[in-house]
Design a protein around this ligand. Structure first.
Ligand SMILES: C[S@@+](CC[C@H](N)C(=O)[O-])C[C@H]1O[C@@H](n2cnc3c(N)ncnc32)[C@H](O)[C@@H]1O
Length: 266
């Protein structure tokens, strides 16, 4: 059993009604198998004022399983923060695997960087300090500039692309096995459209925060004002995923109060 587990991961994060049940899952299935590097990163992140943004370890465990299931080798992550999901991905993909990791904030990435280096997975990571959307557009045009050598629900393009084939170079289009979308929710649909082109058929995308703190099912009057915009976006996004014929989806509630919607392709 992990000491101070309740201090590191607030049980109140979970959608599960019972905090004891959430702790049971963490202590029985998650912590015993969590790599030491990820435990260390969780502890390093715990003192950050925005520590709640970090991927919850039980969600990370599912992500690692999904990465293995699709034999992910080339992945992309939008929204790194201090990086729990990033070394998790790097430790899970094969030795010659690559992750393009994008975040507007290099400072938070650098908090977790020593752990990434210690884990010996820095070579698998291309960190790009940028807004995510222009980088996705550059990837589609094969003009991505890598800023440095560091250099993450589920969604599978059924036809391995979303049109516009004539405009794209072959290198990036249809080449990614896996994507983790954990950045600004206002752009999720924009990310989705680009990822439909960047992902291989059979690739998988995990979207975080699709239940937006559980507010998607709350009566409007009970939703705090500062969550309303994201709640509306999440509701629209979930409807759009549900009616998108290009993908197969699964909407999972785990870890964080707002875990992801899953989609998968043929
Ligand atoms: C929820 S955190 C990511 C958590 C991380 N995946 C983890 O495992 O701990 C969201 C991150 O997205 C970044 N972000 C927000 N808007 C962005 C954008 N437009 N483009 C790129 N990154 C963005 C923020 O700087 C923040 O670090």
């Amino acid at each position: 059993m992990e000491q101070n587990a309740k201090k590191v991961t607030s049980p109140s994060k979970g959608l599960l009604q019972s905090e004891d049940l959430y702790q049971y899952i963490l202590e029985t299935s998650v912590y015993p198998r969590e790599p030491d590097f990820l435990k260390e990163l969780r502890h390093v992140t715990a003192s950050h004022p925005r520590a709640r943004m970090a991927t919850a370890p039980d969600a990370g465990q599912l992500m690692a399983l999904l990465l293995k299931l699709v034999n992910a080798k080339k992945t992309i992550e939008l929204g790194v923060f201090t990086g729990y999901s990033l070394p998790l991905t790097a430790l899970t993909i094969p030795e010659d695997g690559k992750i393009i990791a994008i975040d507007v904030n290099r400072e938070t990435f650098e908090i977790g960087l020593p752990v990434i280096k210690k884990a010996g997975v820095a070579d698998k990571i291309d960190f790009i300090e940028s807004e995510a959307l222009p980088v996705l557009d550059q990837l589609l045009e094969n003009t991505t500039m890598r800023s440095s050598h560091f250099s993450f629900f589920l969604l599978l393009p059924l036809r391995g692309g979303g049109g516009g084939e004539g405009m794209m170079q072959p290198e990036n289009k249809g080449s990614f096995d896996f994507a983790f979308i954990n950045a600004d929710s206002v752009n999720y649909w924009n990310y989705h459209e680009r990822l439909m082109k960047l992902l291989k058929a059979g690739g998988l995308v995990v979207y975080d925060n699709t239940l937006w703190k559980g507010t998607v099912a709350m009566p409007d009057a009970l939703v705090p004002e500062f969550w309303k915009q994201e709640r509306e976006l999440a509701i629209e996004l979930n409807k759009s995923f549900a009616s998108d014929p290009r993908i197969q989806i699964s909407h999972a509630s785990l870890g964080d109060v707002s875990q992801s919607a899953g989609v998968s392709t043929e």
